[in-house]
Design a binder for this molecule. Sequence first.
Ligand code: ZN
Length: 249
Amino acid sequence: MELVIIGCWAPYPPAGQACSGYLLKDQQTNILLDCGHGVVSGLGNHIDLGAIDAVVISHFHPDHYVDLYAMRHFIRAAMVQGHRSKPLKVYLPGNPEDKYSYFASLSELEVIELKSGLCQVIGSLQIKFHEMLHTVTSFGIEVSNGSTSFFYSGDTAFGAEVQQAAQNADILLLETSMLIKDSAYAQQALHLTTREAAEIAQNSRAELLIATHFWPGYDINQLEQEITAIYKKELKMANTGLHLTFKGR
Ligand SMILES: [Zn+2]
């Protein structure tokens, strides 16, 4: 399994960068996890957009879904130009209902509603969804190819939901939105602080934590220092274009 970081910023992208977007590749299977501002442009640096088998949107906040509009227009153009006949498979939360229904109504997309505990097979990957704790309906995404298990938190507050979903993964991609000094804001906006993400990863069986979902203006080194004060295993700070290959157990 391979992971390419297309974008790692929240809630808006700095110059030339993108918000949440993660390309997971395994054998011939390519899945895009989240599709925030700037992701479609960045994705084209790494893969032919037509080779994406499915897009999963963790929740309907703009930094995680707005480039789904661009993805839809890529599919429409390919259909009109005769390069493609089948719609793109897209997994979406059912709430807010107006957003879900809009995308579900488009002929370019084959929309499947996310449910907690729902399991799906896409090519060589098995995917399972876990509802998280956020200001809108939000899902964590567990992906396995039979030898490596990976978990992406999406956006979530600290709690049993994310701890349980993360505990058995080999690889964790966790939002680490807030420095400890901004804990009060993290609690209000239902995000993880560095300390909380570090605790989740340290108490899991994961051997690798990839920290992501950074606020522009934060010092990434400071985020890293706060994580490594608690988390003692391998750490990567997400950055645009970071390409990781995971070996199976
Ligand atoms: Zn976000």
